[in-house]
Ligand binder design. Structure first.
Ligand code: RFL
Ligand code: PHB
Length: 401
């Protein structure tokens, strides 16, 4: 017999979506239990996103988990687009009336959220196995799993499916209940973390004829750099000196720009896709974050979308527990999908403007350069990019949830 844990909301996945959902629910007086298949150390050290939108930063600050981010995060007012060996700055702060982004690693957000949950007596159960979800078509959902080989069960009112793109929640929804929209790109990103001071204070997105490259950072001493590669690129073919050579070439400018080189402490390849599952809910199972949608990282939106989803979900659940009305829960998917599709378009657009497409006959590259020229010289076009990059306000006019 499985031992049964009773809670209001059972959450699968201790990534940013699951942890932030649990934190926001706690602030609303709603109990939850989070289960996670990996170790705490693994989720706290997994290097992923780095850019937080203003709305995400405000949410973390307003809910009491922004203290370290305020101290250690790097606030950026602009980004650079580099093409034809020249840099062009987009002054996001000026173009959006004072909005900025903060560079602060996703794993740091995860650490802050885990600490806050545990400090408040929250339950986050790591290293669980054989997770399955049941009964979400009715009113008594169940999450079954094993911990240290022992069967366990969570009996709850709702399930938060926050288990990422490869999780089990989305595939547990009956066939035909969801529609999927997907685009897979013919390239990936080779990402490195290097012990080297970033050569620029702001992020640089570079369109180069050999392929896209991105300069980002995690601190004044740590550079985070990406190179466009093939989706199944073999890392063994990329010794450190080849990576630096390629990066230096792709960031080269007419005025002699050089990256600072240093020890490469992490390397990895990420495939790129756009994906949306609609609706983001089935019965009492609500999908949030990467479990419901994936964007290519060029727009820096994935983590921010996860935060926006769980903000909507926590408010809808709070409304339900306060009033007994499921009205906001019924609107959850529609409310989130509007933002999701805006971010999908933006991420696709940035990706298609900045990457090299194999087999192009030169037309595509000329078209990209024309677009980049427009985006960096027309105030209206720059403002469009800036507004999307810093992120739409979390409460657009006309939306109450
Ligand atoms: P996560 O972070 O994948 O967390 C899901 C969690 O669920 C666990 N899990 C399970 N737990 C229990 N039972 C199961 N059966 C389970 N199956 C899975 C997993 O172990 C994991 O801990 O999803 P979440 O919370 O939705 O968060 C989404 C973000 O992680 C993702 O969107 C971003 O990292 C995307 N992303 C970026 N987003 C940004 O907003 N800004 C960026 O600058 C940015 N850069 C990036 C990125 C993603 C990247 N990669 C590696 C995909 C750069 C890269 C290279
Ligand atoms: C990162 O710092 O990891 C990063 C920054 C911007 C992106 C993607 C990733 O668009």
């Amino acid at each position: 017999m499985a031992s049964v844990i009773r809670t209001q909301v059972g959450i699968v996945g201790a990534g940013p979506a699951g942890l932030l959902l649990s934190h926001l629910l706690h602030l609303e007086g709603i109990e939850s239990v989070v289960i996670e298949s990996h170790t705490r150390r693994h989720v706290e050290e997994r290097i992923r996103a780095g850019v937080l939108e203003q709305g995400t930063v405000d949410l973390l600050n307003e809910t009491g988990v922004g203290e370290r981010m305020r101290r250690e995060g790097l606030v950026h007012h602009g980004i650079e687009l580099r093409f034809n060996r020249q840099g062009h700055r987009i002054d996001m702060y000026e173009l959006t009336g004072g909005r900025a982004i903060t560079v602060y690693g996703q794993h740091e957000v995860v650490k802050d959220l885990i600490r806050a949950r545990l400090h408040a007596g929250g339950q986050v159960c790591f290293e669980v196995d054989r997770v399955s979800v049941h009964g979400f078509d009715g009113t008594s959902p169940r999450i079954r799993f094993t911990k240290d080989g022992e069967p366990r069960e969570i009996a709850c009112d709702f399930i938060g499916g926050c288990d990422g793109f490869h999780g089990i929640c989305r595939p547990s929804i009956p066939d035909g209940a969801l529609r999927f929209f997907e685009k897979v790109y013919p390239f990936g990103w080779l990402g490195i973390l290097a012990e080297a001071p970033p050569a620029s204070e702001e992020l640089i997105y570079s369109n180069h004829e050999r392929g896209f490259a991105l300069l980002s950072m995690r601190s004044q001493a740590l550079s985070r750099l990406y190179l466009q590669c093939t989706p199944e690129e073999d890392l063994a073919q990329w010794p450190d000196d080849r990576i630096w050579r390629e990066l230096q070439t792709r960031f080269e400018t007419a005025s002699g720009f050089r990256l600072h080189e240093g020890a490469i402490v992490q390397k990895g390849v990420t495939a790129m896709r756009s994906f949306v599952a609609e609706p983001m809910q089935h019965g009492r199972l609500f999908l949030a974050g990467d479990a419901a949608h994936i964007v290519p990282p060029t727009g820096a939106k994935g983590l921010n979308l996860a935060a926006a989803d769980v903000r909507v979900l926590s408010r809808a659940l709070a409304h339900y527990y306060r009033t007994g009305s499921g009205e906001l829960l019924d609107r959850y998917s529609t409310t989130c999908l509007r933002r999701v599709w805006r971010a999908q378009h933006f991420s696709w657009w940035m990706t298609s403007m900045l990457h090299r497409f194999e087999g192009g006959d030169g037309f595509d590259h000329r078209r990209q350069l024309a677009e980049l020229d427009n985006v960096t010289s027309s105030r209206a076009a720059s403002a469009h990019l800036a507004e999307n990059y810093v992120g739409l306000p979390f409460d657009p006019p006309g939306e109450t949830s």
